[in-house]
Ligand binder design. Structure first.
Ligand code: MN
Length: 230
């Protein structure tokens, strides 16, 4: 039997509302633009075109938020509140009906972004990884089980008590089931995969000392404090 050279670590995991077992996280997929108003504020044209994706590392996950250190190499650290869905079953080249049945639960998450690094990457035609994936980049609330993904509900984010983002799940360009079906054309999705489904408009910077509250009606709430770099 082959041994690991270094001890394998337990996977990042999310609590589940009302349960003791944890949901182990394997991969984090994110949708680029899924609300027309946010596509416009980022300089895009929200005409219907296929969704596009980027990824974060599972180790970027911060279960239930809390203190998150201001990340290095940025002076423009942005919040993006998003509905996050977790899968309970394999999904490959599926249709939206199959995709809806594969959803385990939902949560509220923040797709934290080093906007300055993302902007440089966009202009240079480079990958977004440095802008989107780093320690603390993916705080997510506890998962709430569901029988089907949400198609409506208010989604909002406040900084120090002041509302910055206020959107509606029903305004997604691509509903969750259609997103999952589309993504499953490219990947064998499975248990452990989280999908951040895009942010409404109102994204903006946060600084050290800020308190961020994010919530989606009937799904969850998440609080984050931005702290000094470690
Ligand atoms: Mn996002």
């Amino acid at each position: 039997m082959t041994a690991y050279l270094f001890g394998p670590v337990a996977p990042p995991a999310l609590p589940v509302v009302g349960e003791t077992g944890l949901y182990p996280v394997r991969r984090i997929f994110c949708v680029g633009r899924n609300y027309a108003a946010h596509a416009r504020e980022m300089g895009g044209d929200p005409v219907i075109e296929p969704p596009f994706y980027f990824t974060k590392c599972a180790t970027d996950l911060v279960p239930e938020g809390g203190a998150i250190a201001y990340p290095p190499a940025t002076a423009n650290f942005h919040h993006e509140v998003e509905l996050v869905v977790a899968l309970a079953a394999p999904l490959f080249q599926s249709d939206p009906g199959q995709a809806a049945k594969a959803v385990f639960g939902q949560a509220v998450g923040i797709d934290f972004t080093r906007r300055d690094l993302q902007t440089i990457a966009k202009k240079a035609g480079r990958p977004w990884d440095l802008g989107k994936s780093f320690d603390g980049a993916a705080p997510v609330s506890a998962l709430r089980r569901c029988t089907a993904p949400a198609t409506r509900g208010a989604i909002r984010l406040a900084v120090n008590g002041e509302t910055r983002q206020q959107g509606e799940i029903a305004d997604m360009i691509w509903p969750v089931a259609e997103l999952l079906a589309h993504l499953s054309q490219y990947h064998r999705l499975d248990v452990g995969d989280l999908i951040f489904t895009g942010t409404p408009d109102g994204v903006g910077p946060v600084v050290i000392g800020d308190r961020i509250d994010a919530e989606i009606d009937t799904i969850g709430h998440l609080s984050v404090m931005v702290t000094t770099p470690r």
